[in-house]
Write a protein that binds this ligand. Structure first.
Ligand code: GLU
Length: 493
């Protein structure tokens, strides 16, 4: 099995592109095959300078390393189409010599005029094909000497495939089943453009052939191109690789997830935006794996290794799949929790050290232990600065709602009860506070709110006993006493 991911560097790697890369990579891994990266950069008008670098770094971030590709070695390179022009010209020449392609000189306005002539209700979009090619300026209609002269004089021209009508062409899509079409539906597509560069169609099939690609796995948007590709393979007498077209990714409001729709929905489209937003690579990969593929079990969280052994095209559906940011956030939380506190603290070490120079690595790790279950992104720890310094922000709404007249007195008395503790662990703190609450004939819950407020400034947060253990005895007492002074003053009514 030899599969390829063939992005065009016309922009940053798209999440749909990453899913295509992932499915190809998984199949190659699963079947001991080869995963090839090919850069399809023949469209110079849409070329984006740093797109290739972005594609490479995004694949690397996701853990999908190519076996062959630009910079990865391999025997059938170069893997950038801009470096393979000679080969496409050679194939075009062969097709011309075999009478399967022809040269055409028509300008855009000539083609538009032809369309105008033929346009009707039944034929809203006339094609350049077997019906119309006879009225155009090409090597099928012009005298051969005239053709030679025009080319010698540098007249702009393209090379088109001569598609013969009356053939029924089929291929078996691994996901959609048998697809059959009549060749009369296919236009005489351009193979070589007037700038001498190949079109996507020609370059794509030449490379898939020359690179020994066995399975073409790509997005559904390429399905309409496949008949053209099949005809081209046939014209060259080459075998058609197996084809699989992945279901469309849909917007939560329905319809294809276009750039515009994604923007409206607040859905980032490029992988690098997810990197910047702090997503775990495993979470995005896991989410994308299930965006079109169904494992057939209840399992949702998959490592790349687990995906490799479970994945197959049989369980990829045909119908479009909705992009769900909430589900992705859920995956992110799951994957975040699989990381060690040390790893997460290490990742944010420079920011944490800069903000809290006196806290130290151990405190940063404890912060993740306290918070990991409650957050979706590692960087959310940075928003909880009460983990490291006394509260600077107060949830006044919670205070107004839940603070009682005895709050300050309770805080001072609780501080006194805790001051006598000679050992400072979560259990001891818990026991001391339970006893304190009982001595006042109050439930533990009743004293938790003022404590939490004094300790964090917030109405909700991690387990309080663990939090106090994290602060240490001195700091806890200081916060409780400070809270007793500050919080009542915040009630404005
Ligand atoms: N260059 C095409 C793209 O940008 C490749 C389509 C294919 O895989 O054939 O998606």
């Amino acid at each position: 099995m030899r599969v390829r991911f063939a992005p065009s560097p016309t922009g940053y790697l798209h999440i749909g592109g990453l899913r295509t890369a992932l499915y190809n990579w998984l199949l190659a891994r699963r079947h001991g095959g080869v995963f090839i990266l090919r850069i399809e950069d023949t469209d110079r008008t849409r070329f984006v300078e740093d797109a290739e670098a972005d594609i490479l770094s995004s694949l690397d971030w996701a853990g999908l390393t190519p076996d062959e590709g630009p910079g990865f070695g391999g025997q059938v390179g170069p893997y950038r189409q801009s470096e393979r022009s000679e080969r496409y010209a050679e194939v075009a020449r062969q097709l011309l010599e075999a009478g399967k392609a022809y040269v055409a000189f028509d300008l855009a306005e000539d083609i538009e005029a032809m369309r105008e002539r033929h346009r009707s209700e039944d034929n809203p979009n006339p094609r350049y094909d077997f019906l119309t090619r006879g009225e155009m300026a090409n090597s099928l209609t012009l005298d051969p000497m005239e053709v030679v002269r025009r080319i010698a004089e540098g007249e702009e021209h393209v090379i088109r495939l001569k598609v013969e009508p009356g053939q029924s062409v089929s291929f078996e899509d691994q996901i959609r089943g048998m697809v059959t079409f009549g060749s009369a539906e296919v236009d005489d597509q351009v193979l070589i453009k007037s700038d001498g560069l190949p079109t996507y169609h020609l370059a794509n099939i030449v490379d898939d052939h020359d690179m020994g690609i066995t399975h073409v796995i790509r997005g559904e948007e390429w399905l309409p191109s496949t008949p053209k590709h099949v005809l081209l393979y046939q014209a060259m007498g080459w075998d058609v690789p197996r084809m699989a077209h992945l279901p469309l990714i849909l917007s939560p409001t329905g319809g294809k997830l276009s750039k515009r729709k994604a923007e409206e929905q607040g859905i980032p489209v490029s992988v690098s935006q997810y990197v910047q937003a702090g997503y775990e690579p495993e979470a995005l990969v896991n989410f994308l794996a299930l965006l079109g593929w169904n494992p057939g079990t209840d399992q949702e969280v998959f490592t790349l290794d687990e995906l490799t052994s479970a994945f197959s095209l049989d369980r990829v559906g045909q119908s479009g799949v909705q992009f769900d940011m909430q589900k992705l956030a859920w995956f992110n939380g799951q994957w975040l929790r699989s990381k060690t506190d040390a790893e997460l603290a290490g990742r944010l070490a420079s920011t944490l050290n800069e903000r809290y120079p006196n806290a130290g690595q151990a405190a940063f790790e404890r912060a993740f232990a306290l918070m990991k279950e409650r957050i979706t992104f590692a960087h959310e720890v940075l928003q909880a600065d009460w983990l490291f310094v006394h509260p600077t922000q107060w949830d006044d709404e919670a205070i107004a709602k839940r603070w009682k007249g005895d709050g300050a007195e309770l805080l001072l008395a609780a501080a006194e009860a805790l001051e006598s503790l000679s050992s400072w662990t979560g259990t001891e703190i818990h026991d001391a506070l339970t006893a304190f609450a009982a001595s006042r004939d109050l439930g533990l819950g009743r004293i938790m709110f003022p404590l939490r407020m004094a300790l964090t400034g917030q109405g909700g947060g991690p387990d309080l006993m663990a939090l106090m253990a994290h602060y240490g005895q001195q700091d806890t007492l200081a916060r409780l006493r400070e809270g007793a002074a500050i919080i009542p003053a915040r009630i404005t009514v």
